[in-house]
Design a protein around this ligand. Structure first.
Ligand code: SF4
Length: 259
């Protein structure tokens, strides 16, 4: 089932209590989804919906559209707190993701020097040198790790690469020398006749070990918020998320933010 797609490359600005005024950049097609994961909870729906027209907007065109949008917002004295890369799939799959990041940083400096640039990425391309260098240039480099146990990760995130493992992600993220935020979706449920729960003691201990190895500047824990393509998922109550967050903070000494 299709959930919500963004129908443009630049979207918003939207106002959020957590981020403030946020302008979004979607580097995947406007009418379909392309991702190296196929998460059970993806707000853009399952990959089975297709790539739409499959058009990946060239970096020069993203620059032009972003420049126009920021100039118009600036002319209207519109506030802006953050520019966020997310959208219909994985932004780092754009073949010139690093050039898009450079255009974005330059335009941010020109129009809104106090705004932050954030990237929400699923970590699958984080080992690639050009992607890594670009992620290290943005203000908030937010990388996904939903389980430190490969079987659970594969159940929740359903990576397209058959050899994708939690160990690979953890080692890749450890190579960021602490210049990252790790984001973890907490949930339980059942899919294809198999149950999973990444909030058990075993899962939390494995995550705490992974965070200790990675040493991110912060961990963000969250649970389901919007419609999901799989209908057999269970949201983790905020009180339980807070408990888990406190436990991880005590076990690792790393700041944990719970949303
Ligand atoms: S990584 Fe993000 S975009 Fe890709 S399937 Fe998962 S939630 Fe959706």
């Amino acid at each position: 089932m299709q959930t919500v797609l963004f129908h443009s490359t630049i979207f918003g600005p939207i106002h959020s209590r957590r981020l403030g005024v946020s302008l979004g950049i979607n580097l995947m097609p406007d009418n379909g989804k392309i991702c190296s994961f196929d998460c059970l909870y993806c707000e853009a729906g399952f990959n089975a919906q297709g790539h739409g027209d499959g058009v990946i907007v060239p970096h020069e065109e993203v620059k032009r559209m972003l420049s126009e949008k920021l100039a118009a917002m600036h002319a209207e004295n519109h506030p802006l707190d953050v520019i966020t890369f997310s959208g219909n799939g994985e932004p780092t799959l754009h073949p010139d993701f690093d050039l898009v990041v450079d255009h974005t940083l330059a335009l941010r400096d020109r129009f809104y020097p106090n705004a932050r640039v954030s990237v929400l990425s699923n970590s699958t391309m984080a080992h690639r040198p050009r992607v890594r260098a670009a992620l290290l240039r943005v203000d908030n480099n937010i990388l996904k790790l939903d389980s430190a146990i490969t079987g659970t990760l594969r159940q929740i995130n359903r990576p397209l690469a058959p050899d994708f493992t939690a160990e690979h992600v953890i080692e890749t993220l450890a190579g960021y020398n602490g210049k990252l935020i790790v984001q973890t979706m907490m949930l339980s449920g059942e899919y294809d006749g198999k149950t999973f729960d990444n909030t058990t003691d075993t899962e939390i201990d494995a995550l705490a070990d992974a965070y200790r190895r990675i040493q991110p500047r912060e961990v963000m824990l969250y649970s389901l918020d919007r419609e999901t393509p799989a209908k057999t998922l269970t949201k983790i109550p905020i009180e339980r998320l807070r408990e888990i967050g406190q436990h991880i903070e005590q076990a690792t000494g790393i700041k944990v933010q719970v949303n």
